[in-house]
Design a protein. Sequence first.
Length: 291
Amino acid sequence: MELPLVVGADGSQSSLRAVDWAVDEAARHGLPLRLLYASLWERYEGSRPTFSAERPSEEVMAEHIAASCAERAERRNPEVKVSAEVLPDEAAHALVQAGEEAFAVVVGCRGRGEIAGMLLGSVSLAVAARAVSPVVVVRGPERNRDGRLGRVVVGVGDSPEAEAAVGFAFREARARGCALHAVRAWRRPAHEHRDSPLVADDAGTAHEERAAIALTEALREAEREHPRVQVHRRTVQGPAHKVLLDTAADADLLVVGAQRNPGHHGLQLGRVAHAALHHADCPVAVIPQRS
């Protein structure tokens, strides 16, 4: 049985963009799409007599939103199998749990209740930080969301999460029939030979060569598994988060890794993932590598 692609839907413009993106993603991978609306409507309705036949208005609204999103998904691609579900649960918790048996979880960058001007919604951040499945936060202008730029970008660092992120990025590039741009940032320590420019240049070259070798090694296995994916390697001097944001400005998807420690439920996103989720010009996939 194929795992579904789960998408959080709350009726906001951000979530509708996530639904559209998720439909296209489900079609690329031949997956069923599970729309999920989660809300603790009891908190807003208060207590009501048990003999009352009237249904809570928040519950009715939730079911209407879920049905409307399902209809939108079916119109976008009738070949994608779509199901919709309403859960009386806190949204982030429900989506994280749903991710335990999902290909990935897709969310918008802001929800209905988020403060205008926020860079990233609290639910989106919590799901990206805690889910055991890949999480895609759909953000950026339409040209980056509609999958027509033909570029998937993956950040490759030293940390263990690079392996899972690289594998996911290759599968995405294969499914989209597009090129994969693998990027590794490198930096020379500020104190290194600062008084000798010639020596400093040699040291910089050495750092860049080591970065290129590390990038090649990180990609080697995935390239063997996906020989038809066209790969562009790039090593760039500078802070990793800035290098990735610049590279992904003209991308359909940016893939980054995140470490997951069993038994730890707090936020587990590094600086690079945080920067991507808050500032990237394209959808961002956060891929967990369990320790």
